[in-house]
Design a protein around this ligand. Structure first.
Ligand SMILES: Nc1ncnc2c1ncn2[C@@H]1O[C@H](COP(=O)(O)OP(=O)(O)O)[C@@H](O)[C@H]1O
Ligand SMILES: [Mg+2]
Length: 384
């Protein structure tokens, strides 16, 4: 696959908004797509050529998808990795590799991988019992710790901030296989998107600065390029590259980073797929994260990752008590602002904290971007 193939079909496991936007970006090149998802009315159903309805854990359904696909990828981690592995063994092209998926699915294995490869990460211990929690928690400074379930978490679900005292007194109960991690106080969160093609070439996007909603744990606002020193940007980019190189797989990766008060750069986790922290690249970059993944899957050259203009992204999420039908309240006002782009994810119903869409904001300078983004953020609400 070295030039634009006319009849290539991409198989995508998962039909959420990431799948939808990946397919949208594939359209200019006439790529065909087939999606595996349990709900035939999933977000990606609006744009996919074909939907295979079935569980993402069902090996037979994954095989059914692979049979009709030239290359298989996934837009969510909670899928049957064993099935992907056996497809790979039979010669099917799977990007990223099943081995990467298996590593990322288990936060414990992921943290051990960083340690083994000298990739800086917050201090941690794997725990298999309440006694482990009690014994190991004393090895950490400070009064607070972070407990992370090894498997099944997403968007902050499966991550809890607890006190040592709660662990010792049994107020906090061992939740099953987990890790405890040092609580990084007053850190800032960044992301570096790294693209790795099938030929061993890697490229990074400019640093992204992220702000999370403290209650929902969802990214609510981000912008890029981040406002940091050249040294810090370089440091973040190098750490992200080091981490992705160690994965040794083609794919598009979002490396989530913490930078603490002492400017220590720590890898929090890696998402082996397009990521919420890269949505601004749709309009803000010469090559969006979704086009980039299409290029990687099709064996095409990596695209330029420079920004067209400084850009921000605001997540559109369901408000408290919002249920059922919905509409974007200030759509008309937003659509009259230059450099403002609305994306909706084709979710059937609104729910509190459900990601319903996002808005990209572009401006000529970071100062102007912040002002414009603030105004947009106030209008980023639904009527349900
Ligand atoms: N060690 C830590 N110290 C402080 N905050 C943390 C720590 N680990 C996670 N968090 C916060 O919780 C969020 C979710 O944790 P993360 O490990 O990224 O899990 P998820 O898979 O749910 O994204 C992070 O983005 C960060 O805001
Ligand atoms: Mg995360």
């Amino acid at each position: 696959m070295s030039s634009l193939p006319s009849k290539i079909k991409i198989g995508i496991i998962g039909g959420g908004q990431l799948g939808k936007m990946l397919i949208e970006a594939s359209r200019p090149w006439n790529t065909r797509t087939v999606v595996l998802e349990s709900d035939k009315n999933c977000p990606a159903s609006l744009v996919a050529d074909e939907i295979i309805v079935g569980s993402l854990m069902d090996a037979d359904k994954i095989r059914e998808l692979a049979v009709v696909s030239d290359v298989v990828t996934f837009e969510i981690e909670h899928i049957n990795a064993e099935a992907l592995k056996s497809l790979e063994e039979q010669g099917k092209k799977v990007i990223p590799s099943a081995a990467v998926l298996q590593l990322i699915q288990d936060k414990g294995l992921q943290k051990e991988f960083y340690s083994k490869n000298q990739i800086p990460t917050a201090k941690f211990k794997l725990c298999h019992s309440q006694q482990d929690l009690i014994t190991f928690s004393d090895e950490f400074d400070g009064t607070q710790l972070v407990v992370k379930h090894r498997k099944g978490g997403y968007d902050g679900k499966g991550v809890e901030i607890v006190t040592k005292n709660d662990i010792h007194t049994g107020r906090y109960i061992y939740p099953g296989p987990c890790l405890i991690e040092e609580y990084c106080e007053d850190m800032t969160e960044y992301s570096v998107i790294v693209a790795a093609d099938q030929f061993g070439n890697l490229i990074t996007y400019p640093l992204i600065e992220m702000y999370f909603n403290p209650r929902s744990n969802l990214v609510e606002f981000l912008f890029s390029p981040a406002e940091v020193t050249e040294d810090l940007e370089k440091n973040c980019t190098e750490v992200a590259l080091q981490a992705v190189k160690a994965l040794n797989s083609a794919g598009l990766f979002a490396v989530e980073l913490f930078v603490d008060k002492e400017s220590r750069v720590l890898v929090n986790e890696i998402a082996p797929r397009p990521h919420n922290s890269g949505h601004h690249t749709i309009e803000g970059s010469y090559t969006s994260q979704f086009e980039q993944l299409n290029r990687i899957l099709l064996g095409l050259p990596l695209g330029n990752t420079e920004m067209v203009k400084p850009s921000a992204m605001i997540n559109l999420v369901g408000g408290e008590n919002q249920l059922g039908e919905y509409k974007l309240k200030f759509a008309n006002e937003l659509l009259q602002l230059p450099g403002v782009y609305i994306h909706l994810y084709n979710k059937k119903e609104i729910k509190p904290n459900r990601k319903m869409g996002h808005i990209t904001v572009m401006a000529d300078s970071i100062d102007e971007l912040m002002l414009k983004a603030k105004k947009v953020q106030e209008m980023a609400v639904f009527e349900a």
